[in-house]
Design a protein around this ligand. Sequence first.
Ligand SMILES: Nc1ncnc2c1ncn2[C@@H]1O[C@H](COP(=O)(O)OP(=O)(O)O)[C@@H](O)[C@H]1O
Ligand SMILES: [Mg+2]
Length: 274
Amino acid sequence: MTKESSLLHVDNLHVTVDDKPILNGLTLTVEAGTVHAIMGPNGSGKSTLSFVIMGHPKYTVTQGRILYKGEDLLALAPEERAQRGIFLAFQYPTAIPGVTIANFLRAALRGVRGKDVPVKEFRETVKTHLKALGIPESFMNRYVNDGFSGGEKKRLEILQMAVLGPSLAVLDETDSGLDIDALKTVAAGISALRNPQRGMLLITHYQRLLNYIKPDVVHVLVGGRIAKTGGPDLALELESKGYQGFKPATEPGDPAELGGRGSPIAAGGGTVRK
Ligand SMILES: Nc1ncnc2c1ncn2[C@@H]1O[C@H](COP(=O)(O)OP(=O)(O)O)[C@@H](O)[C@H]1O
Ligand SMILES: [Mg+2]
């Protein structure tokens, strides 16, 4: 399969925010049916990549391109990207007081499909997914993320993904802030949504999520570039070594961020060897 016909092909991507360079030549190809994990220290540009894929206006692409199913993704508005099957689960989901989850999901589905969804079909679909995710039906009448616990927010992101059925799902730290039971539920929910047509980008700085969802490919993102790509074992290597040794030659970087105290890996309880 050529890169041009891959599900997602990010090619030499350079991105700035307020004129500050964040991504510096990021290249990545995701085939349909595969799960790619992107791991990296805080501030390495993981969320920036997810926002650029979704089309957040604050992030400026200064060089490079993104092809999605062979199409120039950067030429499309965010809603057109969603309609073509791209879904982003936010690292920090926003509360929408006054809007119930039921109405929100139905509107999202209508937006993506471009037509109304019959109430009965909608109810049945949602019911199935609620059950699978261990979410009570009463959840549907609550306001979106309003007063939600971290675990509830993350489960709602997965519920959205399940209902919308995207071709490409970008999950930004869907494991953060979860206790072990919630982590298992969320991981099982994500795993159940793997299929041969769907690609996933799992952004995480904890290897622990990858104990429950085995990725096909693991990338290490440091200083806005992919410093290393490997198989699932690369995540274990990071767990034991931290991000030292992955410092990109072209970036000044902050040593404190690269596996030192306060780095996600160190904070995650992994043994960081000096
Ligand atoms: N909207 C924004 N405004 C200003 N700076 C930003 C914004 N988004 C990201 N940045 C900066 O870009 C860098 C990368 O951030 P981010 O993509 O959130 O990293 P990660 O998700 O890997 O922790 C950080 O230095 C961050 O401060
Ligand atoms: Mg982030």
